[in-house]
Design a protein around this ligand. Structure first.
Ligand SMILES: *[C@@H]1O[C@H](CO)[C@@H](O)[C@H](O)[C@H]1NC(C)=O
Ligand SMILES: *[C@@H]1O[C@H](CO)[C@@H](O)[C@H](O)[C@H]1NC(C)=O
Ligand SMILES: *[C@@H]1O[C@H](CO)[C@@H](O)[C@H](O)[C@H]1NC(C)=O
Length: 419
């Protein structure tokens, strides 16, 4: 069974709310100050109609379906902490596209008006040029590592960055936006780019590529390239359990079903836009990220088990709904990619991966700092960022991201190679 510590049932919703709101308040006040310094015009396009109507919160006829028992998150022996580069394969991907949240946002939020930014030191301190780029990390993030490990290019630029060359565009970009999610409410609360608008940008991008290489070649590039989607963490951590915005309307079973149906309609829209190799990455054990330990883990800062159960519930539903969508899509590969197991294994066996610290981030106290609260003026840094699993109170370090990404690139990419 799961090793995670169950949150005491006496910890009422009100109590959690009282604990969590001040964190958000501090975050937003600090963010607002930062925003004044970066008055960037928002290039957001008009929203496109949302495909999936919200399911009505089930006025449960009968007992609420309990989350199915989940397999133990600990997999068989973890991979070696320093695996070798994946072997080059016969077929290459002309480009990589990323959609979703801060895990794959390589800097799009720098170019919109949002509170969710990371374009100031010490973010990016280990990035090749030592510059903050808007990545929510000390260095590279999974979008970059996927592009690197698949031999496409060392980093994946953000689509909204001005001055991208034809070559930059043709080999792929990220459309992701920190703070976004499958629930359309999630990006609205923090002014991130909704998934529907990320898709609009993708379609705009395809038109640009058609302009460069012609319609036929462009369609070929899009169909051979890998589209990676990762979102859902912010829906659960911020919208459902953070602001409690949806908690009054849905039970967690209905909410995770809603997230999964929104995700599969996104998959269909990517397909309709021409993508044929599509991978969705599931949610990690977000109850164990430092800010969740601080807000919900009690004095001992244990993992917040309830959200881990929700993450697994969502992953199961995502996997199932993608599987059924995949059966209806011709000539396409649509797969679910798990990172929950490896992430949980790293948290439970940090030494195996060379991590000394897994329950606090490297930036500041590591317990609350995120976004503007992690800054060069008030935040001292840990002495060895490589020995930390988390960079800030929400996001893994570059080294943790590298290990996670290497694993799934090695084990989950084979369906995408041409036969
Ligand atoms: C490898 O790719 C080349 C073209 O790039 C092709 O001619 C060859 O048949 C492929 N080999 C295999 C084993 O698929
Ligand atoms: C699937 O691929 C085949 C061979 O490339 C092609 O002839 C066919 O039109 C494709 N079908 C769809 C629905 O794209
Ligand atoms: C920093 O941590 C990494 C990973 O645990 C370790 O390999 C390295 O030796 C450490 N560096 C120092 C200076 O302690």
């Amino acid at each position: 069974m799961m090793k995670y510590n169950v949150v005491s049932p006496s910890c009422s919703k009100l109590f959690r709310c009282v604990l969590f709101l001040p964190l958000f308040f501090i975050f937003f006040v600090a963010s607002a100050r930062h925003l004044e310094q970066v008055p960037e015009p928002s290039p957001r396009p008009a929203p496109v109609p949302q495909p999936s109507p919200k399911p009505k919160p089930s006025p449960s006829p009968g007992p609420t379906p309990a989350p199915e028992p989940k397999p133990c998150p600990c997999p068989s022996p973890g991979p070696a902490p320093t695996p070798s580069l994946p072997r080059p394969r016969n077929t290459t991907f002309p480009a990589i596209f990323a959609f979703g949240d801060s895990i794959v946002d390589t800097g799009n939020n720098d170019y919109i008006s949002t509170l969710v930014k990371a374009n100031f030191p010490p973010y990016g301190m280990n990035f090749p040029h030592g510059l903050p780029t808007g990545r929510f990390c000390n260095g590279k993030i999974p979008a970059d590592f996927i592009a690197e490990f698949l031999g496409v290019k060392p980093t994946l630029p953000p689509y909204l960055k001005p001055g991208l060359t034809q070559e930059d565009l043709i080999t792929g970009v990220s459309f992701a936006s920190g703070g976004s999610g499958f629930d359309p409410l999630t990006p609205i609360v923090v002014s991130a780019i909704p998934m529907s608008n990320q898709l609009t940008y993708f379609q705009e991008y395809i038109e640009k590529v058609k302009g460069f290489v012609g319609k036929e070649k462009a369609e070929h590039i899009i169909s051979k390239s890998l589209a990676i989607v990762i979102a859902g963490s912010d829906d659960l951590a911020n919208t459902y359990y953070g602001t409690h915005a949806e908690e009054l309307l849905y039970d967690i079973d209905a909410y995770t079903s809603y997230m999964a149906s929104s995700a599969s309609s996104f998959a269909m829209q990517l397909y309709e836009s021409g993508a044929r190799k599509i991978g969705f990455i599931g949610v990690s054990p977000i109850g164990c990220i430092p800010i969740q330990r601080t807000a919900r883990g009690g004095l001992k800062r244990k993992c917040f088990d309830e959200i881990n159960v929700a993450a697994q519930l969502f992953n199961t539903k995502l996997s199932r709904s993608l599987h059924s969508v995949a059966e209806t899509l011709k000539n396409a590969t649509l797969v679910y990619i798990d990172i929950y197991s490896l992430f949980a294994h790293m948290i439970q066996n940090p030494k195996e991966y060379g991590f000394d610290e897994i329950d606090r981030g490297c930036c500041g106290t590591g317990m609350v700092e995120l976004g503007p609260l992690c800054n060069q003026f008030t935040s001292l840094l840990c002495s060895n960022v490589s020995s930390y699993m988390f960079w800030d109170s929400y996001h893994p370090t570059e080294r943790a991201y590298r290990i996670l990404t290497k694993k799934f690139v090695e084990t989950d990419m084979s369906p995408f190679y041409d036969k």
